[in-house]
Design a protein around this ligand. Structure first.
Ligand code: ADP
Length: 478
């Protein structure tokens, strides 16, 4: 079979289809050929072959004498090309000089240059918009915060002046609404600061165990009121004092913990902290916050860490929130040189894990502590105890009895030191634990909770003793 080759006519046809200007010229610069685009774009039509190349690119080809600077043309990579009507455009060029039939390929880059200019303009405009928006967000959030704090302050004063019954309940709700509103305002402000890259991570010494304890305490009332169990396990090799941003670390933990509580109605929430790496004075900690809640499907998972994303609209209606929490959490973790991951199964629960890097405090030879100051942490249990939740809630079983006895002890301690918030949480917990018990015990636990809620020491003590006696009579022998 004979091999096909491109003939002159074919080549011209191809050249006419080209998106590049193609011009052939001789060693004196006289144009011998121009493809369709060259004829049209330069405005000479078929007359293109009447002129010389230096008419098209005069700036680059001006020479002292009248000779055509072929050596200059050969090296041209770009320049300005003029049309017949005097207008011009920037070009990128490639020239091949070969035996008197030289070729010049040129691309009009005016559009690209214009696009690049537009991009720069758009970027500047966007930066300006973000700046204006951030200032606006900062002003509005500040303006919102003032009345919310005002409402909270006044209602707190009224509560302290002494109200009871329905009025107190309503006021408690108002306070909770204010707290939610403050949390939303803070989230919006944080998000806008993070987006503007204005977030600075502090490096200050803090008590790590107290920090975890504080995050748990913030959620303990909600945990107890839902009858959930919380377990906290901190690897004892983690020193008591570390250097980092305590406030932001609490915020991360709090976000994950409050979500875990929000999306779990039965079972437990577990917090595990381990040390993964320690290098010189740097320490990497690995946190796992898991729950037995509603879970998240793989499709929903991808959207979670993006701003304003909630799994679906019904979530907002049922559980509230703005969908900013995890986006903020992820960015804060990244600022602490860590990353966040999620493992979850719909209907079974979720497990959020993250790492952060902190520094060791100067005097860091003390390891984790076991003192009583971590009351909440130490009241919790080994994971294995919760493998069978049914058993724990079953009134009268060994575990149930042990737990009630433990909670009663803590309750009386809290009452003695007038830590009424904590006392209320324990009283509520006890009420939940005797849920399946005899009627009289249930009644006593209910009355105890009521009196503790009113912070009435004498009546609380009376009910405490009453419940304790009933409890010991019922389960004492077991
Ligand atoms: P929000 O501030 O509205 O709670 P987040 O960013 O914290 O927003 O969470 C976004 C969404 O992720 C929630 O609305 C919920 O659908 C889902 N989610 C987060 N944590 C959990 C969890 N522990 N269990 C189930 N769903 C969760």
């Amino acid at each position: 079979m004979g091999q096909e080759t491109l003939q002159g006519e074919d080549i011209n046809n191809f050249a006419d289809q080209s998106l590049e200007i193609i011009i052939r010229f001789d060693n004196q610069g006289k144009i011998l050929y121009g493809n369709a685009l060259a004829k049209e774009e330069l405005g000479y039509g078929d007359k293109l072959t009447d002129i010389s190349l230096d008419v098209l690119i005069p700036a680059e080809l001006s020479s002292e004498d009248d000779s055509f600077p072929i050596d200059v043309v050969e090296k041209l990579k770009g320049g300005t090309m003029y049309r017949k009507n005097g207008t011009c455009f920037p070009v990128r060029m490639n020239v091949v000089v070969e035996g008197g039939r030289n070729l010049l390929f040129a691309i009009n880059v005016a559009k690209r240059v214009e696009t690049e200019r537009k991009l720069v303009r758009m970027k500047e405009e966007m930066e300006e918009t973000i700046k204006v928006r951030n200032e606006f967000v900062a002003n509005v959030t500040h303006e919102l915060r003032t009345p919310v704090n005002g409402i909270r302050g006044h209602v707190t004063n009224l509560l302290e002046a002494g109200v009871s019954g329905e009025v107190k309940n309503t006021m408690d709700i108002v306070i909770r609404c204010c707290e939610n509103m403050s949390a939303i305002i803070n989230n919006i402000l944080d998000f806008s600061k993070l987006e503007a890259g204005k977030f600075v991570i502090e490096q200050k010494e803090f008590n790590f165990y107290k920090m975890v304890n504080h995050a748990v305490e913030t959620n303990i009332t909600a945990i107890n009121s839902k009858g959930l169990h919380i377990m906290v396990n901190i690897d004892k090799v983690i020193p008591e004092y570390l250097v980092g941003d305590e406030l932001r670390l609490t915020q991360i933990l709090n976000n994950l913990l409050s979500n875990a509580v929000k999306f779990t109605s039965v079972g437990y929430i577990n917090i595990e902290v381990t040390r993964t790496v320690q290098f010189d004075d740097e320490i990497e900690l690995f946190f796992v916050v898991s729950d037995t809640g509603i879970g998240i499907s793989p499709e929903e998972k991808d959207k979670l860490f993006k701003s304003f994303s909630q799994v679906d609209a019904s979530i907002t209606r049922k559980y509230g929130g703005t969908g900013l929490g995890l986006a903020i959490t992820k960015q804060l973790i990244e600022l602490m040189h860590g990353s966040i991951h999620l493992e979850s199964e719909k209907g079974k629960g979720s497990s959020f894990s993250f790492s952060v890097r902190l520094h060791m405090a100067e005097d860091a030879n003390q390891e984790g502590q076991s003192s009583e100051q971590f009351e909440f942490i130490n009241q919790n249990h080994d994971m294995s105890q919760f493998d069978n939740l049914e058993e724990i809630f079953q009134f009268g079983t060994a575990e149930n009895t042990k737990e009630i006895a433990g909670k009663l002890e803590k309750l009386i301690l809290c009452m003695e030191v007038e830590a009424w918030d904590k006392a209320e949480a324990f009283a509520h917990n006890i009420k939940e634990l005797v849920e399946q018990g005899p009627k009289e015990i249930k009644k006593a636990a209910f009355r105890l909770e009521m009196n503790v809620r009113k912070a009435n020491y004498d009546k609380s003590l009376e009910q405490y003793n009453n419940l304790k006696t009933l409890f010991e009579q019922n389960v004492g022998g077991k």
